[in-house]
Design a protein around this ligand. Structure first.
Ligand SMILES: [Zn+2]
Ligand SMILES: [Zn+2]
Ligand SMILES: [Zn+2]
Length: 295
């Protein structure tokens, strides 16, 4: 098998988005008000890659891009640091990326692979010296409260424990100097809230990590988005996730200038999958950074 280096022309793009790999440099820089920086904390499906007990070529791969923790992103907005989902890998993701502060947490849906790191928010509560604002749909926050009820008790703010202030969001809202719009998409028995991140009318990023399809009204909302990060589970159909082909169709139909697949299984090596994709479409990987110039 030939491992191809990534094409250098994929690193820098002419529309204000750069893919950065210099994590160490960025980690020491506070996000200036004129930038939004997005870090892919995890790009793997619910079981993660490698999968426990699997000896396939992908699970044995030495390529760091084939090590996929559960799907999540970290957004350094102009005036706030935001975490989208608290995966079972959240603690390791935070350590890996040197996260030391959060201003708010946004939840997409209450599946285990997106919420089971929730208790580890305790450290971020300690570091900020108070509760964390938590955003999500009513049904998502209800489910999280059912599991982590102790985090939702405002009368019992015990140091060292996780505490959140819930904010139900079913329509557009502002956070961290950005305009956010929930994007409800079907995902089996639940609806996932994807999110559109916009700034002064620019549709910067649409994040749709878990979806079986993208209905027409959502396609309209994200039409012309600069970057789309979208569920691209695998080739074979799945009842609750888009296939690779389905993700490509959505990316092209909405006219995303650039799109990245996330929530991937161990079906293909990163380099193999990347080779199969049309121009403008790439495979996300853990630690990948996107920088948006907002000046
Ligand atoms: Zn998921
Ligand atoms: Zn495997
Ligand atoms: Zn899910």
């Amino acid at each position: 098998m030939v491992i191809l280096p990534e094409r250098p022309d994929k690193r820098i793009h002419d529309f204000g988005v750069k893919i950065q790999q210099h994590r160490a440099i960025l980690a020491t820089m506070p996000a200036p008000a004129s930038r939004m920086i997005v870090t892919v904390l995890g790009s793997g499906t619910s079981q993660g890659v490698p999968m426990i007990g699997c000896t396939c070529a992908v699970c044995r791969s030495d390529d760091p891009r084939d090590k996929r923790t559960r799907s999540s992103i970290y957004v350094e907005a102009p005036t706030a640091k935001l975490l989208v989902d608290t995966t079972p890998d959240m603690r390791q993701q935070a350590l890996r990326e040197g996260l030391d502060h959060l201003d708010a947490v946004i939840m997409t849906h209450p599946h285990a692979d997106h919420i089971m790191g929730f208790d580890d928010l305790r450290r971020f509560c300690d570091m900020r010296g108070g509760p964390l604002p938590l955003y999500g749909s009513a049904s998502t926050l209800e489910q999280i409260e059912r599991i982590f009820h102790y985090a939702f008790n405002p009368k019992k703010l015990v140091p060292g424990y996780v505490h959140v202030i819930p904010h139900v969001v079913e329509g557009p809202f502002q956070l961290g100097g950005l305009d956010l719009t929930p994007l409800p998409v079907p995902h089996g028995a639940v609806k996932t809230s994807g999110f559109l991140f916009a700034h002064q009318g620019r549709k910067l990023l649409a994040y749709l990590s878990d979806c079986a399809e993208v209905p027409a009204p959502i396609r309209e909302l994200i039409a012309g988005v600069e970057v789309l990060i979208i569920d691209g589970l695998r080739d074979a159909p799945h009842p609750t996730h888009l296939t690779i082909g389905g993700a490509i169709e959505v990316a092209q139909a909405v006219g995303a200038r650039r799109a990245f697949l996330t929530h991937l299984t161990h079906e293909r090596l990163h380099v193999e999958r990347q080779r199969q994709l049309p121009d403008g479409l790439d495979v996300a990987y853990d630690g990948m950074k996107l920088e948006f110039d907002l000046s």
